[in-house]
Design a protein around this ligand. Structure first.
Ligand SMILES: C=CC1=C(C)c2cc3[nH]c(cc4nc(cc5[nH]c(cc1n2)c(C)c5CCC(=O)O)C(CCC(=O)O)=C4C)c(C)c3C=C
Ligand SMILES: [Fe+2]
Ligand SMILES: [Fe+2]
Length: 364
């Protein structure tokens, strides 16, 4: 559209963030546990507890990140996704000058720094895109809330719209299904029997689901079911499990570790599919590839095949382009995110695009 003035559209990609070196591990953990979306206690209790837990967790986390050269690869891989998405959006040539920015929740670049960069660029509008296909108050909800705080504090006042979740987005599902099929066929080729698919997602405490009506677990199940449907393998043996438990609270289950042990008893080949992560990081490269693999080896599980996350798979990036287009339509038709969402509750304001909103009066 050469004759039209292009609108400057900032796409803000949200992820959790990870330490960029050994000195960052403790403050990163403190930021995580000091988030009211993770520990919902008033201050000073939350602050003190966050100090205590981050100190206690530090040695374990240092050991985890030592496997990765002392730092998380999350930012670099998110930057690759941002570059690929920006190129795909600008290729559409549909009247927008798109620029992708990254805001991490618990380590750099933080929301404040990114919001300043968006302001300096002179964005006309913003689309908020959590890199979490399934919505949780602990992840997307927390990031969007913190972003809105940063915008208020630095005076970034342009219309914004949130892409709340996309658990059954066609691009995400077909990129995942393609990679799972590859892993499944490799496992099958070992001739040790029909493999079992274990869709492993990051867990959350049970109370997050029951007390906040967080849709995370139900959206995880929808994602896994959609991938299974796309694979269309008759009689496929599959289930969802949850990994990465920390702390003494009861978490949602079954746990991935218990399911690996059960596969050991059953003597079946295992194909592990990370379904809540779209980038490689400590939970995939260390927990799944090193720690859980050791358990599987110890139990003589005939095959342990881990499927990679979708990262910058062209089908996934294409799916994100669709999410942006749908969110833009919602912005044009219904207006920007309303602030009432902040006062009404944690998540999914009525004007969010929500791919799974089906029943009248229900957002999920
Ligand atoms: C869907 C994604 C995630 C959910 C839900 C989530 C909830 C959640 N996490 C913790 C505690 C920790 N998480 C840690 C690392 C971590 N978590 C996610 C994603 C989700 N977390 C990612 C992508 C990462 C990896 C960061 C990286 O390596 O770059 C850690 C630090 C590592 C460790 O010490 O194990 C902690 C701690 C809680 C308590 C929680 C829900 C309440
Ligand atoms: Fe986590
Ligand atoms: Fe939603």
């Amino acid at each position: 559209m050469p004759d039209q003035v292009q609108k400057k559209r900032a796409i803000i990609l949200f992820n959790l963030g990870g330490p960029d070196g050994p000195d960052a591990v403790k403050p990163f953990l403190f930021n995580l546990f000091n988030d009211p979306a993770i520990i919902s206690l008033p201050n000073p209790f939350r602050f003190l507890l966050a100090k205590l837990i981050s100190s206690r967790r530090e040695p374990v986390a240092q050991e985890i990140y030592a496997h990765l050269g002392g730092k998380s690869p999350l930012l670099e891989l998110t930057q690759d996704q941002a570059n690929a998405l920006q190129t795909s959006l600008n290729d559409l040539d549909d009247g927008f000058d798109n620029r992708c920015f990254i805001a991490m929740r618990y380590w750099k670049p933080f929301a404040d720094e990114t919001a300043r960069a968006v302001k300096a660029w002179g964005a006309d509008e913003m689309i908020l895109l959590p890199l979490y296909p399934q919505f949780s108050t602990t992840t997307s909800g927390s990031s969007v809330k913190d972003w809105k705080r940063a915008c208020r504090e630095i005076g970034l006042n342009v219309p914004m719209k949130t892409a709340c979740c996309y658990p059954t987005n066609a691009g995400f599902v077909s990129a995942t299904a393609e990679m799972v099929r590859e892993g499944y066929e490799k496992a099958l080729a070992e001739n040790k029997g029909a493999p079992r698919l274990l869709f492993s997602a990051h867990g959350v405490p049970k109370a997050v689901i029951t007390k906040r009506q967080d849709p995370y677990q139900s959206q995880i199940e929808k994602s896994a079911q959609a991938v299974v449907n796309e694979m269309a393998i008759p009689g496929l043996d599959w289930l969802v499990s949850y990994q990465s438990r920390v702390g003494p609270m009861e978490w949602i289950g079954p746990s991935t570790e218990d399911e690996i042990k059960r596969a050991g008893k059953d003597g079946v080949p295992l194909v592990i599919v990370p379904i809540a992560f779209v980038t490689e990081h400590s939970e995939t490269l260390v927990e799944l590839d090193i720690e859980y693999r050791e358990i599987a080896d110890h139990l003589n599980i005939p095959v342990y095949q881990r499927v990679r996350t979708v990262c910058s798979h062209p089908k996934f990036i294409g799916g994100l382009v669709n999410v942006i287009n749908e969110t833009q339509t919602a912005l044009d038709q219904n207006g920007a995110d309303s602030d009432s969402a902040q006062t009404r509750g944690w998540w999914c304001p009525d004007d969010h695009v929500c791919a799974t909103a089906k029943q009248p009066g229900s957002t999920h």
